[in-house]
Write a protein that binds this ligand. Structure first.
Ligand code: B3K
Ligand code: ZN
Length: 866
């Protein structure tokens, strides 16, 4: 008992350097489930084989289950012991058959890891370490086994029984129960195991692979939701074809099933042949899902499908290699989504996500390399660094190697490591071998945390002529990594002529490998303007000395859409930071002019326009400041929004009216028009126009789709007009009982830019529809509030107390989800003392809470130290 308490107080770290290959392999496992929500019996029969030269006993991980029996080679034994979370069985020979029987209670599983119940559906989540909550097994990704699964359940309550692989048989039993058998021929680690039992309806599709395999596709949901599955099914078919075409990867089983459940800790899970999804990434119709939701569904469906190769066929040796599958798969889903619409807008969105989620992580107490060195709880490492920065690493490889060598490297990797558990190093080595490019320095991207800062300064002789570009890099210190080496930074750059706007130096790829380097451009005939890190070719922060006039030029003339967007953002940021620091107006005029130019450019894609005219978020502005001043940032941003709204009042009206409501269609063009309208509406409101609320309310009432309805609701909910309450009430009544849409109702209010948002959020936590038991709902209120910089940091610390109270309560139910919501409190060092003291006190209160999970303990204690 004492041991257990001590280990809770100081959970032990797992270190990458401690990796030891498994002592036993488990070529085959047979599982039998007697399913029942209150008491499920699981019998696991393992064929175990000793690794040559090893003498260890068999160690099986297990947690939260009652062990009923152990047999070895068919004979019951009590020659076993429990050590911590392991069942240890001494075995004399080199090969045995070990059977355990356990009992678990899915309906009491609030962590949503292992086998649990979601609205009457029994389902599983095993990544990373959930399988040990189902049965005793070496729950590590480098033990690959062939799974054969039988299950029995009440036929009325659970008419559909699914597992990984192919269906083998099914039948009735005497007592109102029935059974099914599934077989997965591909050896897989335990984290990819899945099972579902429930009353589900299916939307079926079919896909024929290039090699002629007929694959039956199925999207399984509650009967009432069947009409909302068409978009996901279509996305799946597109993703299957794309992976064949772009990566040469075919699907390998006869069935591919997806099940949607309402209670899910994250987006979705790539279990072999049986993906399980958070219903928000499957269900869509125009009345309930926004364009953003539709896009996210395509992306997540594609992502999980792509894992069939990058993750399942080639898996990870240990969890430190997580980015091997996640970074690569994000890169693959980004490519897929870019191919479905505007690649430029997709790139802008991806960079915005990186800057919103990953840059702050890399600059804060939880910073870690893309391949971490240690963890207390692996669930805490499903981060923006592993996923999004990891994807940027793959993108840099593709940029540096070029498309042909990159594709050859991917094929080499898939072929060489098919059916095995690989490492990030294996991937890089394949890229090196296929391209002949030396990637020694590139490997630092896997081991060094922190976002590199690049300073770029172009000096030129007056009137044109020779120009020198001085580049210097600095990688900041991060927790545990005080000193860094220079990295290789692939920077796409181009020079434009200031007067004529023509290209002075065509785009080139510069590799910055030293701390500082100078690139010389001779014989330039005009004054040059620098366009750098085009396409965001390296995930770095560029600090350049370009003037407002030069940025305005690039925002109007750069031929790389990302660079154009970026110049605009920089211009806005400079203005906003200056405004937040001094209260002044900075370059308001330059920003307004640049926006006017974008609005007047008839050749631009509306979706790009909508992105380009959006101001940087409050938190991103804060990231640029030595000390974050939430109120000053908010004030500066509102002042600029008002100015843009007023000075361009006619243009916004024009943009709003020339894209009049049209019958809903989910096409890139219609999506772009909706996006522009919603931005225009928000600027009309920002201008203080007297009729803004009535325009928004009219849009709210007449909209035939959720994008327009929610756009109007957002505008109203940020304001104080009486239409706000009417719209919120109508929205609530209309969607009562639709939990995904009610999440939007909570989220919109938690993100509102009103003075009373902190109080509104606290009251909403007591709303009858609020529950911490459903992760989507918890995120929609608590997660959104943590992202609302000004309201979360309301003077006096009410926001901090609220978050800490909620996290402590949530931790008792669902540690993984609680830990994910902690980071806003961890940024305390970035704030002035009045706030940082209060934030730290809440972190200390969390750490001191008795019975805290490893998950929340790790995040909170590291946030205090880092
Ligand atoms: N691989 C899963 C994530 C599992 C998270 C576990 N804490 C989904 C995905 O990234 O595709
Ligand atoms: Zn993934």
């Amino acid at each position: 008992m004492l041991d257990a308490l001590q280990s809770l107080a100081h959970p032990a770290a797992t270190r990458r350097s401690d990796y030891v290959a498994p002592a036993w392999s488990i070529p085959d496992i047979r599982l039998h489930f007697d399913l029942d929500p209150t008491a499920t019996r699981v019998r696991a029969t393992l064929s175990v084989e000793r690794t040559a030269g090893r003498h260890d006993p068999l160690r099986l991980d297990g947690a939260g289950q009652a062990l009923l029996s152990v047999t070895v080679d068919g004979i019951a034994t009590d020659d076993w012991r429990i050590e911590g979370e392991q069942l240890v069985i001494p075995l004399a020979g080199d090969a045995h058959v070990v059977t355990t029987e356990v009992e678990i209670a899915p309906d009491r599983n609030t962590q949503l890891m292992g086998l649990y119940a979601s609205n009457g559906i029994l389902c599983t989540q095993c990544e990373a370490e959930g399988f040990r909550r189902i049965t005793y097994f070496p729950d590590r990704p480098d033990v690959l086994s062939r799974y054969s699964v039988t299950m029995a359940a009440d036929k009325l309550r659970f008419p559909v029984l699914l597992a990984n692989g192919d269906p083998i048989g099914a039948g009735d039993l005497d007592d109102g129960r029935h059974w099914a058998e599934w077989n997965d021929p591909f050896p897989k680690p335990s984290y990819l195991f899945a099972l579902v039992a429930g009353d589900l309806a299916v939307n079926r599709g079919a896909f024929t692979t290039r090699t002629g395999r007929e694959v039956s596709l199925g999207i399984w949901v509650r009967e009432a939701d069947l009409a909302k599955t068409g978009h996901a099914l279509h996305a799946l078919e597109l993703a299957m074809a794309w992976d064949e075409r772009v990566y040469g990867r075919d699907y390998d089983l006869d069935v591919f099933n997806i099940v949607a459940v309402d209670d899910f800790n994250f987006g979705a899970m790539e279990n072999k042949g049986l993906n399980i999804f958070n219903s928000r990434y499957i269900l869509a119709d125009p009345d309930t899902a926004t364009d953003y939701d539709y896009d996210a569904i395509s992306t997540v469906v594609a992502h999980e499908y792509f894992h069939n190769w990058s993750g399942n066929r080639v898996t990870c040796r240990d969890w430190f290699q997580l980015s091997l599958k996640e970074g690569f798969t994000v890169y693959r889903d980004q490519g897929f989504s870019a191919d479905q619409g505007s690649a430029a807008v997709k790139r802008i969105e991806d960079v915005r996500t990186l800057r919103a989620a990953q840059f702050p992580e890399d600059a804060g107490p939880l910073a870690h390399p893309v391949r971490p060195e240690s963890y207390l709880e692996i669930s805490n490492f499903y981060t923006a660094t592993i996923y999004n920065k990891g994807a940027e690493l793959i993108r840099m490889l593709a940029t540096m190697l070029g498309p042909v060598a990159f594709r050859a490297g991917c094929e080499l990797y898939f072929d060489r490591f098919d059916g095995t558990a690989a490492t990030c190093e294996d991937y890089v080595a394949c890229m090196e071998e296929a391209s002949g490019v030396d990637l020694a320095q590139f490997r630092l991207w896997y081991s060094q945390a922190g976002t590199p800062r690049v300073s770029a300064s172009l000096t030129q002789q007056p009137g044109g002529g020779r120009a020198e570009l001085r580049l210097a890099q600095q990688v900041p210190a991060t927790p545990g990594q005080p000193v860094k080496s220079p990295m290789v930074l692939p920077l796409r750059l181009k020079l434009f002529a200031a007067a004529s706007g023509r290209a002075l130096v065509e785009e080139q790829l510069a590799l910055l490998t030293d701390t500082s380097e100078t690139i010389v451009f001779d014989g330039l005939t005009e004054r040059a303007i620098l366009s750098i890190n085009r396409g965001f070719s390296a995930p770095v922060i560029v600090e350049s000395d370009r003037t407002a006039e030069e940025l305005a030029f690039l925002s109007a003339h750069d031929d790389d859409p990302f660079a154009r967007y970026e110049a605009m953002q920089q211009l806005m940021l400079d203005t906003l930071v200056a405004g937040a620091v001094s209260g002044g107006h900075g370059h308001h005029h330059a920003v307004v002019t640049a926006i006017a130019q974008i609005l007047a450019d008839p050749d631009l894609d509306p979706a790009f326009v909508a992105e380009a005219v959006l101001l940087p978020s409050e938190s991103f502005i804060g990231d640029q400041m030595a000390t974050v001043e939430p109120d000053a940032i908010f004030a500066a941003r509102e002042a600029l929004r008002t100015e843009i709204g007023r000075q361009l009042a006619d243009q916004w009206r024009h943009a709003y009216d020339t894209a009049p409501p049209e019958p809903y269609a989910y096409t890139p063009a219609a999506k772009g028009r909706r996006r522009v309208r919603s931005v225009a509406l928000s600027y009309i409101a920002a201008s203080g126009a007297a009729d803004a609320a009535s325009i928004a309310f009219a849009q709210f009432e007449s909209a035939d789709n959720m994008t327009d309805r929610q756009g109007a609701l957002t505008t109203l909910s940020n304001g104080t007009a009486m239409e706000r309450e009417r719209a919120l009430d109508q929205f609530y009544d209309r969607y009562a009982g639709n939990s995904l849409v009610l999440d939007k109702w909570f989220q919109t209010q938690a993100l509102a830019t009103r003075d009373d948002t902190a109080a509104v959020v606290a009251a909403l936590a007591g709303h009858p529809d609020f529950t911490l038991a459903n992760p989507n709902r918890a995120r929609s209120l608590i997660g959104a509030f943590g992202a609302n910089q000004r309201s979360f940091h309301v003077a006096g610390g009410a926001g901090y107390r609220f978050l800490a109270d909620q996290l402590i309560a949530l931790d008792r139910l669902n540690p993984q989800t609680a830990a994910k919501l902690l980071p806003p409190l961890g940024r305390w060092r970035r704030f002035a003392e009045d706030r940082s003291t209060l934030m730290r006190a809440e972190l200390e209160r969390i750490v001191a809470t008795p019975g805290l999970s490893k998950d929340l303990f790790e995040q909170a204690s590291k946030s205090l130290e880092g």
